[in-house]
Design a protein around this ligand. Structure first.
Ligand code: NDP
Length: 240
């Protein structure tokens, strides 16, 4: 039986590359997204992967979303918590709303989605959860107290949940990408981006497919001894 995988934010950017990589492993993939229907339709047309719309920051929507996926595709074996947003600003300018939105989507989304699948994975004695953190959660980043806090929280969440899942075959790991060439990074001003690239030892931005390869390793049936770990994929920018 093909493994069933859910990838949040799985219709574009890094998430799209992850969805395609898992499909190429023979998994049946459900790609979740928030609201960009046009991008989701285009993604499904190009890849043949079904897209499911719900907001990962909404607890009830996550429970209902997983119920829909499980009734249409089968029990979820693999969860990749990839959905993420930024609302950057220095402390002086950052609003409470910008703080809440980033914490709710990036970190709250991981809890909501894990809550929806974890019991089932434990009962079936198999599960793979991969949470997409960030180099900025490891090292901090000017103008990103909300995002750095959320991503840093993901790394702690990963290690705690890994301890709960270990005895029942459920592994929980994180990937901390460096700067990857996606729409999120395209939003960074050109002069700032040039300074960032100058600090990456390999001398370039990463590719979404390079993150997807890490996920493909962590979700494999033969990766059962890898849990609670963080895989940094960042071109050597931050050696943790
Ligand atoms: P993109 O902005 O390109 O794509 C984000 C995806 O997340 C979209 O599919 C979007 O859906 C979805 N999404 C956003 N909010 C929600 C929500 N509330 N509920 C469900 N889905 C949502 O992001 P990237 O591919 O650049 O980033 C992917 C992950 O990698 C993020 O967690 C990001 O923080 C992390 N990361 C990225 C880095 C980079 O350099 N790009 C570096 C380090 C970490 P829709 O299309 O409907 O908007």
């Amino acid at each position: 039986m093909a493994r069933i995988a859910v990838v949040t934010g799985g219709t574009r950017g890094i998430g799209e590359a992850i969805s395609v990589a898992l499909k190429n492993l023979g998994m049946t993939v459900a790609a979740n997204y928030a609201g960009n229907d046009e991008k989701a339709r285009d993604f499904t047309d190009r890849t043949g992967i079904r897209a499911f719309k719900w907001d990962v920051s909404d607890f009830d929507a996550c429970i209902a979303g997983i119920q829909q996926v499980e009734s249409e595709l089968g029990p979820v074996d693999v969860l990749v918590n990839n959905a993420g947003i930024t609302r950057d600003g220095t402390m002086k300018r950052m609003t409470r709303q910008a703080w809440d939105e980033v914490i709710d989507v990036n970190l709250g989304g991981c809890f909501n989605m894990a809550k929806a699948v974890f019991d089932g994975m434990q009962a079936r004695k198999f599960g793979r959860i991969v949470n997409i953190g960030s180099i900025n959660g490891q090292a901090g980043q000017y103008g990103q107290v909300n995002y750095a806090a959320a991503k840093s929280g993901i790394h702690g969440f990963t290690k705690a949940l890994a301890q709960e899942g270990a005895r029942s075959g459920v592994t929980v790991n994180a990937i901390a990408p460096g700067y990857i060439d996606t729409e999120m990074v395209a939003a960074v001003p050109e002069d700032v981006l040039a300074k960032i690239v100058a600090k990456i030892p390999v001398g370039r931005l990463g590719k979404a497919e390079e993150i997807a390869r890490g996920v493909a390793f962590l979700v494999g049936d033969d990766a059962g001894f890898v849990t609670g770990s963080t895989l940094s994929i960042n071109g050597g920018q931050h050696m943790y």
